[in-house]
Design a protein around this ligand. Structure first.
Ligand SMILES: Cc1cc2nc3c(=O)[nH]c(=O)nc-3n(C[C@H](O)[C@H](O)[C@H](O)COP(=O)(O)OP(=O)(O)OC[C@H]3O[C@@H](n4cnc5c(N)ncnc54)[C@H](O)[C@@H]3O)c2cc1C
Length: 243
């Protein structure tokens, strides 16, 4: 293995660069924005070939090698790629999101700044009864009239809580205590940086019928982004995860 490689160039994907910074809407007020990325399919192949030696280079095409790594859980080459996202999501989604510990995170500080009065109001299709078979899930749709009343309650209670929050701030109360009355559907924002191996794990767990719809839609969008960033990984991931 030579210690010098004058051919090395920083990976830059034109089609992916063109969507950097663009807002990808999710839910009623949320979004995902790509801030930055490192690596692409070739970075995974390059790292794997360092492990396997030059012989592998002749015998395997990139797609085949990536698929082999995916099938056999040779995960470390996937860690050579990273992505940084700016995500806006309701607090209850962030609570689930932040369980994925293998990422670097900075969240909007409600101690430092006043929260915006932006809250998630579910679409009528999400106004469902508690599932009878799954304690963590929604079941059948509720009757339309009941659903309308529920949406109206969600809106009015959220607005009242945010109005009262602002009143507390105006009374001079510290933001870190005033936020106690803020509902879980309030939007927050994160900068989230994660390597591709752990991102695939996040997508597998959250773009799943077991995950709550409100986080699943974010995971779905992120999975779609893989097509433009690491298309060979995307194909292999979908093939082996039955998606
Ligand atoms: C559908 C669904 C329902 C869920 N329901 C609940 C629930 O009811 N209550 C609840 O509390 N959580 C729940 N979770 C969260 C779940 O238990 C995990 O915390 C979350 O999915 C993150 O997964 P992870 O730990 O694999 O990810 P990461 O934190 O990103 O970790 C990735 C991997 O790194 C390793 N790792 C990371 N940190 C450690 C560590 N400290 N020690 C050892 N190994 C480590 C593990 O191998 C881990 O799998 C749910 C998740 C899903 C997808």
């Amino acid at each position: 293995m030579s210690s010098e490689n004058t051919d090395l160039k920083r990976v830059s994907i034109e089609s992916f660069n063109s969507i950097l910074g663009r807002v990808i809407p999710v839910l009623d007020r949320g979004f995902i924005r790509i801030i930055d990325y490192m690596g692409d399919d070739s970075s995974i192949v390059q790292a794997a070939r360092v492990s396997y030696g030059k012989g592998t280079k002749q015998s395997k095409q990139d797609a085949g090698l990536i698929d082999y790594l995916m099938r056999n859980d040779h995960t470390s080459p996937f860690e050579m790629c990273e992505i940084k996202l700016h995500i806006k999501m309701p607090l209850f989604v962030a609570r689930q999101w932040l369980r994925h510990r293998t990422a670097s995170v900075n969240e909007y500080s409600a101690r430092y700044s006043v929260l915006h009065d932006e809250f998630y109001v579910p679409n009528i299709s999400r106004i469902c009864a508690q599932s009878q078979s799954n304690k963590q899930a929604s079941g059948e749709a509720l009757p339309p009239q009941t659903a309308k009343e529920i949406i109206s309650t969600i809106k009015s209670v959220s607005k009242l809580a945010h109005d009262k929050y602002k009143e507390l701030i105006n009374l001079g109360l510290a933001r870190e205590i005033a936020r106690n009355i803020i509902p879980l559907n309030t939007y927050t924002e994160l900068y989230w940086k994660i390597d591709l191996h752990n991102l695939l794990r996040f997508i597998k767990l959250r773009n799943s019928s077991h995950a709550q719809y409100e986080i699943r839609v974010y995971a779905e969008r992120i999975q779609e982004l893989l097509k433009f960033w690491v298309p060979l990984v995307y194909e292999s991931f979908v093939r082996h995860n039955d998606m």
